[in-house]
Unconditional design. Sequence first.
Length: 117
Amino acid sequence: MPRKPGAQPGNKNALKHGIFSKFITPSDDQSMLAMSDEDRKDELSMARVAFKEAWEARLSSIDAKEKLSWDYAAHYWLDLINNLKSATIEEEQIQEEVWESFKDALRAANDRQGWKR
């Protein structure tokens, strides 16, 4: 199977050498990996703090190249925030649908067995 262009899955070189090396420290990366996938509150809070820091740094930058760097970082964190919020909303909708399906199946089973409500 030929390799796809760009970084391969699991490649963390961008954290060491790329633009995000200024914004994501190795300890932050380790912290994010250790967080639960079940609850996105920690990631969302961390992304909001990082976005605010990047945006404030962008606003205070004088050099155009540095301003562009901080702009990329701010957009990265903003995209991450939006993705996390969308995923959370989608999961809540799925859980609600599963629960409704479960209740419908329980009602149907009760009706078949003649249980009174």
